[in-house]
Write a protein that binds this ligand. Structure first.
Ligand SMILES: *Cc1c(COP(=O)(O)O)cnc(C)c1O
Length: 364
């Protein structure tokens, strides 16, 4: 069976070479005589895998030594509670930037634990841009500022790291992590569900500055306490062993193709094909303001819900899968993560041209 171009927002495409390597090792890993799926997480073989995974992620992201890297479970959504439990520990205050659904969910979860306010929001423009902030937008005594760096549903991304002065910045990077270099030292913490750009669902990455951990509230569940997780080297309990193994293969793939600088070039090239086409015509509308455009999730509409539906169906029949927009916003969304080949985006643009020619507006 032929593989399709899968534009799913998550879980999403993995590099074919990674899937093939995983397949090759599936039944017998090295000379262990067993699958990674069957291995004790405390075995010598597995110890090498998880240590290499961490070392590779540190290398490709250039993570400074004073940051812990944790391999956790529960998805990014569990971090919506873990962040306030661990970090809202000095003044009991945190400021959130509302730029879409996930940041709003994170905000509501954090409100259970303290004095949490929305420092800025773009809800009034249907989240079609990242709200502008300055240092003055945030309360000087906030324990942290939370942002969602790339908004998977709306297709927006922060054009630059927001300036929060001395307040630690916490970023949900679920849908843009390892898509380009970031200066980790600008952040107090970065977290991401792995199923968008890294690995199968089940793994959550937390990168947290050491001085921010160790002050979790007394009521913090052990599984959400960064200090316990760091002391246990992500093995307080059984980690998502197989997902970590696949993540390691993905990090190797990125390293081999030249690291995140090269990854960024490839992603920019892909996104440009789509955005340049969108900007060159008026059949499709790209609702996101240009400076807030995401390189990973590209949203567009025809302006006619029936045509949008027809588009998604016919694209699917043509092997371009999962282009229907999120159920809450409609339209179309092409998620073009690291593993989406350039040819997939080219094929999408060709399909868009054909569809526009075949379906003139106002005549259907
Ligand atoms: C997908 C996604 C989430 C939710 O992730 P889960 O791992 O399903 O909890 C949160 N934030 C962003 C930015 C996402 O893209």
């Amino acid at each position: 069976m032929k593989r399709v171009y899968n534009f799913s927002a998550g879980p999403s495409m993995l590099p074919l070479s990674v899937l093939e390597k995983a397949q090759k090792d599936l039944v017998c890993y090295g000379d262990s005589g067993m699958s990674v799926m069957e291995m004790s997480h405390r075995s010598a073989d597995y110890d090498v895998i998880i240590k290499e995974a961490e070392a590779l992620l540190r290398e490709i992201m250039e993570i400074p030594d004073n940051y812990k890297v944790l391999f956790l479970q529960g998805g990014a959504s569990t971090q919506f509670a873990a962040v306030p439990l661990n970090l809202m520990n000095k003044n009991g205050k945190a400021d959130y930037v509302l730029s879409g659904q996930f940041s709003t969910k994170a905000f509501k979860e954090a409100q259970k634990y303290g004095d949490v306010v929305a420092a800025a929001s773009s809800k009034d423009i249907n989240f079609s841009a990242i709200p502008a902030t300055t240092r003055e937008s945030f309360r000087a005594d906030a324990d942290y500022v939370h942002v969602c760096y790339n908004n998977t549903i709306y297709g927006t991304k922060f054009p630059a790291v927001p300036d929060t002065g001395d307040i630690p910045l916490v970023a949900d990077m679920s849908s843009c992590i390892i898509s380009e270099p970031v200066d980790v030292s600008r952040f107090g913490m970065i977290y991401a569900g792995a199923q968008k750009n890294m690995a199968p669902a089940g793994l959550t990455i937390v990168i947290v500055r050491e001085d921010l951990i160790g002050n979790a509230r007394d009521i913090t569940p052990a599984m959400l306490d960064y200090k316990l997780m760091a002391e246990g080297e992500s093995m307080y309990n059984t980690p998502p062993c197989w997902c970590i193994y696949v993540a390691k293969l993905v990090y190797e793939w990125i390293k081999e193709l030249g690291g995140l600088a090269e990854m960024k070039k490839l992603n920019e090239k892909k996104a440009a094909v789509l955005y340049d086409y969108l900007d060159s015509q008026d059949y499709y509308i790209a609702p996101v303001e240009k400076e807030s455009r995401s390189m990973m999730n590209v949203t567009f509409v025809t302006g006619d819900a029936d045509l949008d539906k027809k588009f998604a169906k016919e694209a699917s029949d043509a092997g371009l899968k999962n282009l229907k927009g999120h159920r809450s916003v409609g339209g179309m969304r092409a998620s073009i993560y690291n593993a989406m080949p350039y040819e997939g985006v080219e094929a999408l643009v060709e399909f868009m041209k054909k569809f526009a020619a075949e379906n003139p507006k106002g005549e259907n």
